[in-house]
Write a protein that binds this ligand. Structure first.
Ligand code: FRU
Length: 540
């Protein structure tokens, strides 16, 4: 968050098929409308979570309980720009279709309710339980606007609240705050996890240029045990919204600890971004992998290189029998989040993603892919072993799909010194350009001509790039498209780029216009339906 915010209150033919992802809420989607009419809903995503109304930023308090995924979020219920923060609330059975519930936590005399986390206290270590129901304990930052106005620096502290009805209603702890401010100006966003090995609760929180680690037996009494972060990674902004958890290395018995650390500004392509570090944890200290000890500002360990995935963290209490690390991020960027051309609501979340860790090139890398729960919404509408892509449309018109809710996947085999460029376009000529330049080993997204861009100088002024860290001869690409967002998963999720856009009408064609002829293989297009349609795959 930047301080100024504090003071501001292939060719497809598009067909419209009803999709419902808003639970009991009305369907807002329309196929065409005047984009200058900000009250219209032409930019509302088809399948990414948005609040029905008003402003949203970071995901908060995510926990899984009783077959339900809970998502809380930074929410200002009275306006479409950032304001006094509440926790909004939504639930889902599969992290795809969300149902928005009433606001869960409201500001009080101690301040606004900033970002934080929630855990299921199964052993009632906090004593908040009633003997039958395990308490859900939320840990959040109080941001005292009065203290800030008075020019003090100790206006952020950590507090807890508990719920005995699965997150619907909360009781704030009478002895809040549980971690007082130690005279540090940016001191926020606690994320708690249970450390099974050392039988303790662990809390990480972010300060200006480092992560602080605390431990507790009961979620109320916290001891500062260590810190991490000075001298490594990106620091061109304030560190915010950390996450810290153990994860098994793929195809091995080894467990590593991952520290996810967002910062703003200072992201890889400017503004908000989320980097990560991998290492070991000895019960007190995070010992980072030697390869990540002295990372430069412009390093290549980012959860997502696009401009629009921020403050993402993982769900707590995922059962061991599932064992996945599941995350979601805020699909915007503080550079322009408050200016994007939507009126009724502002900001969406990314698709929920599964995070895995792989050992690679003497170090470790995080991979992320959409959660498999998305699969049940897919209908394959196009499949082909091979297509010639250079200089032509990739998919021809007989594919009757809707690019506002599609997943396109393919591979580019035998990479050569070439620039592989793809376009999403509409009849108006709005064009989103993205692809991979093998000469520079660099992915790119260019939204200069993507539609409405002039609401902020920072939205489309630069082409976003990402280094390719994989070195296979074949590049795999999975593209997840909603009405106003693209999520690009390259090399099975080793490099991810997420960006939003605002075309005057939805994009209807997907093409490539490469000067050189090239082939793509194993092409598959899935339509994302929320009522599973009976369509037979069309092989051309
Ligand atoms: C990150 C952030 C957090 C803070 C919250 C306030 O986007 O700035 O650090 O808790 O937003 O809404």
């Amino acid at each position: 968050m930047n301080l100024s915010k504090n003071f501001l209150p292939l060719v497809f033919s598009a067909t419209f098929i009803f999709i419902s992802c808003k639970g009991e809420k009305d369907d807002h989607r329309v196929t065409a409308a005047d984009p200058s009419d900000l009250n219209s809903e032409i930019f509302r995503p088809n399948f990414h979570f948005t609040p029905e109304e008003n402003w949203m930023n970071d995901p908060n308090g995510m926990f899984y309980y009783n077959s339900t995924y809970h998502l809380f979020f930074q929410y200002y219920p009275e306006g479409n720009v950032w304001g006094p923060m509440h926790w909004g609330h939504a639930t889902s059975e599969d992290m795809i279709e969300w149902k928005e519930l009433p606001v869960a936590l409201e500001p009080d005399e101690l301040g606004y309710i900033f970002s934080g986390s929630a855990v299921v206290d199964s052993n009632n270590t906090s004593g908040f339980g009633d003997g039958t129901t395990p308490p859900i304990v939320a840990i959040f930052t109080y941001h005292d606007p009065k203290g800030e106005e008075e020019g003090r620096i100790d206006y952020q502290s950590q507090a807890i609240a508990y719920s005995l009805d699965e997150g619907k209603t909360w009781t704030k702890y009478e002895a809040n705050p549980v971690i007082a401010n130690p005279d540090i100006k940016d001191f926020r966003d606690p994320k708690v996890t249970w450390d099974e090995q050392n039988k303790q609760w662990l809390l990480v929180l972010a300060t200006i240029d480092r992560t602080l680690f605390y431990s507790s037996p009961n979620l109320k009494d916290w001891e500062l045990i260590s810190e991490f972060g000075q001298g490594t990674g990106a620091h061109d902004g304030v560190w915010e919204c950390p996450d810290f958890f153990p994860i098994q290395v793929e195809n091995s018995e080894e467990t590593k600890w991952v520290l996810i650390q967002s910062l703003n500004p200072g992201g890889y392509n400017g503004g908000s971004g989320t980097q990560y570090f991998v290492g070991d944890f000895d019960g007190k200290n995070f010992i980072v992998d030697p390869a990540m000890e002295n990372l430069e500002e412009k390093h290549d360990f980012w959860i997502d290189y696009g401009k629009d995935n921020y403050a993402g963290v993982t769900w707590s209490n995922i059962p061991g029998s599932d064992g996945r690390k599941l995350s979601i991020g805020w699909m915007s960027n503080w550079l322009y989040a408050q200016e994007v051309p939507t009126e009724k609501w502002r900001s969406a979340m990314t698709i929920a993603r599964e995070i895995t860790l792989k050992q690679k090139d003497g170090t470790f890398r995080i991979f992320s892919l959409p959660v498999r729960e998305l699969d049940k919404y897919k209908t394959t509408i196009f499949e082909k072993d091979q297509l010639s892509a250079g200089g032509s449309n990739i998919i021809s018109e007989e594919t009757d799909g809707d690019l506002s809710r599609a997943e396109i996947s393919f591979e580019i085999p035998q990479l050569t010194n070439n620039r592989y460029e793809f376009y999403m376009t509409n009849k108006e000529g709005d064009t989103l350009r993205f692809g991979y330049d093998h000469r520079e080993k660099q992915f790119f997204i260019d939204r200069k001509q993507s539609g409405l861009t002039d609401f902020s100088d920072d939205f489309a002024n630069k082409i976003s790039t990402a280094p390719r860290t994989a070195d296979d001869d074949t590049l795999s690409v999975t593209i997840l498209l909603d009405r106003t967002s693209i999520e690009l998963f390259y090399d099975e999720g080793e490099t991810v780029m997420t960006e939003i856009f605002f075309p005057t009408t939805p994009y209807t064609t997907f093409s490539s216009n490469n000067k050189e002829e090239f082939s793509i293989q194993n092409i598959k297009i899935n339509q994302l339906n929320f009522e599973i349609a009976e369509t037979t795959p069309s092989k051309q």
